[in-house]
Design a protein around this ligand. Sequence first.
Ligand code: HEC
Length: 158
Amino acid sequence: MKSLYDCLKPGLTKAYKSNGHWAANKWANWERFSKVGYRSDTHGGRFVQNYSNKIGAKAYGKYDATKKMPVGSTLAKPSFTVGADGRAAMGPLFIMEKMTRGWNKATSDWRYAMIMPGGKLFGMTKGKNSAGMKFCQDCHEGAEDNDLMFFMPEEYRR
Ligand code: HEC
């Protein structure tokens, strides 16, 4: 049987297509590191999956052993909700992109972004609504031992 996520993925792929961030048009072909969509309390209680582009895949796949991600690593997290009536709805796409060294000390050179279903850019570090992305950093900086990444609970890792 196809999982709910497999059914949703083509819709999400289309819905995130955006001029706002290049990764919104690419993530669907990247390597997925989560086994299934799992509920993330820290991302609005939505179900999420974690992807990395090729540059970041090797390091991301080492999980807690990873201390530093290569420049250009880009992580994407599509999300969806399931209502009490069992109906699924799309949530935003969360993105973290490792920019060049010295790009932004305050975020360890990570650029956070959030794309809404429909392709609208909600915000991007040092770009549109940068202030609205500060809460991403405020939480992620708690993971300073792992270059600000939290990974997913072990049972959901591939
Ligand atoms: C309150 C804490 C918190 C906030 C706020 C938060 N995150 Fe996260 N983020 C996490 C945790 C914990 C994980 C890993 C587990 C999970 O998915 O729940 C994670 C995982 C991620 C990942 C996958 C990389 C990794 O760390 O393994 C991306 C990409 C991401 N978040 C982007 C964002 C963006 C963009 C925002 C802001 C729009 C944001 N996050 C806000 C806690 C947070």
